[in-house]
Ligand binder design. Structure first.
Ligand code: TXA
Ligand code: MG
Length: 348
């Protein structure tokens, strides 16, 4: 951590960089963002180049306060206002009809824009000092694990960004909850740390699940948030059995579990992430990065419990795994895991 004075200098440096069309990485309470001046399409294009992200994927515009909303949004329905009052600043992104001046590079050519007011002191100071919108996706290469520490950003983008503001570990650790407020009823497009019941307490009509009229949410499709090592989600009671399929052949396995291992095994790297959903989520991406470096053939993740407090972690794990990842260590188990991944529960 740096002193307040050094931080102030770094923020001024970051503001100058944003004004000059450069990229700046900054912490939010969810994950680190890779930011550009949202009013400068050339600067926003750099984000796509650096991340290797398809140009049709829209990015979130961050502002320090709803006072700037009108610059970006032409219409905020009552449900959107209620959600903003209840959860901003915080880990909520609202999708609304875009204002005419918003550039296509931000919206991916759609008629909507995603807005968030983050609740991290450094993000707030940066946005205050900059005085405008900062377009920022998560500061990771396309499809990879999001960064929750400054060092994660440094590992991937040291040379491409003008400055990386260090805010330590992100408190939430998973990306914001995204709610679309453009249709007849509001829809959760991406689960996050704000649970469905918390959202419904404010806005009872809110829906989840597939919605044909909802806007496209690129980046929530399969195979995202992935380590380079293939990842499978495995039911708790079969974890050791599946692990042994590999280790008995002398192959290394990396495990993310919620308990200690039943037996010692020299071929495993085992992380016990515990049973608290907030703590598990906060550490999830850092744990996946650690396990990715273990030199293992596969990462096995113990299936997380039922219940809405686990929705966001379950969603990210399902996307971190994918059918193409499934190593056929055992036909029966592979089929079981494949079913599990698609349906969210065992079919036999
Ligand atoms: O927590 C977060 O949301 C972090 C921090 C940095 O704010 N940002 C983040 O950005 O996760 P990104 O780009 O990795 O994910 C944003 C998601 C993408 O799936 C994108 O497709 C979707 O939001 N999105 C952006 N604008 C949209 C729009 N107009 N309509 C529907 N989805 C949109
Ligand atoms: Mg992302």
């Amino acid at each position: 951590m740096v002193t307040a004075r050094v931080l102030q200098q770094q923020i001024l440096h970051a503001v100058e960089a944003l004004r000059a069309g450069e990229l700046v990485a900054f912490p939010t309470e969810t994950v680190y963002g890779l930011g550009a001046n949202a009013n400068n399409p050339e600067a926003v294009r750099k984000i796509f180049q650096v991340k290797g992200r398809p140009s049709t994927h829209p990015v979130i515009v961050h502002i320090d306060h709803p006072r700037y909303l009108q610059r970006w949004v032409r219409e905020m329905p009552p449900e959107g206002k209620k959600l903003a009052d209840a959860f901003w600043p915080g880990p909520l992104t609202i999708v609304a009809k875009r204002a005419p001046a918003v550039n296509d590079v931000i919206t991916g050519g759609q008629d909507t824009v995603a807005i968030r007011v983050p609740n991290h002191p450094i993000a707030q100071q940066l946005l205050n000092a900059f005085g405008g919108g900062i377009a920022a996706p998560s500061a990771n290469r396309y499809g990879r694990v999001s960064p929750t520490r400054a060092e994660h950003v440094r590992e991937e983008f040291e040379d491409e960004v003008e400055i990386i503001l260090d805010g330590g570990d992100c408190k939430v650790g998973l990306e914001s909850t995204i709610v679309s407020c453009v249709g007849d009823v509001p829809y959760v497009l991406r689960p996050g740390s704000i649970s469905l019941s918390q959202l419904r307490a404010v806005c009872p009509s809110i829906q989840v699940g597939p919605n044909p009229s909802a806007p496209r949410v690129p980046g929530t499709t399969a195979r995202h948030y992935s380590p380079a090592t293939p990842l499978n989600v495995v039911p708790s009671r079969r974890l050791e059995q599946v692990m042994n399929e590999f280790t008995s052949k002398g192959e290394k396995v990396a495990v993310l579990a919620q308990r200690p291992p039943a037996t010692a095994n020299p071929y495993m790297t085992w992380v016990n992430a515990g049973i608290r959903p907030d703590h598990y989520s906060r550490q999830l991406y850092a744990n996946l990065r650690t396990l990715d470096k273990a030199g293992a053939k596969i990462i096995l993740v113990e299936e997380v419990p039922e219940g809405e407090k686990w929705d966001a972690a379950r969603d990210r794990l399902r996307r971190a795994a994918s059918a193409e990842n499934i190593v056929t260590y055992d036909q029966d188990i592979a089929a079981w895991v494949a079913d599990f991944g698609e349906e969210g529960g065992p079919t036999r």
